[in-house]
Design a protein. Structure first.
Length: 60
């Protein structure tokens, strides 16, 4: 859906996404889930990657 936190914050669909319309729809759905206390993890976001435990560690 997005590769970096800035893509999410600006609701920009990355240029390499195959289906821009579907990506936009996915962003809208994720925003709904986030409103209900979900947390978005963007794999390529360096700040997030630094705080998420790596295997074999895990989060409860």
């Amino acid at each position: 859906m997005v590769h970096f936190a800035d893509n999410w914050a600006q609701r920009r669909v990355p240029s390499r996404n195959a289906d821009k319309e579907q990506s936009s729809l996915s962003m809208a759905r994720i925003a709904e889930l986030l409103a209900n206390k979900a947390e978005l993890w963007i794999n390529h976001d360096k700040r997030l990657a630094e705080r998420v435990p790596k295997a074999p560690a895990y989060l409860e």
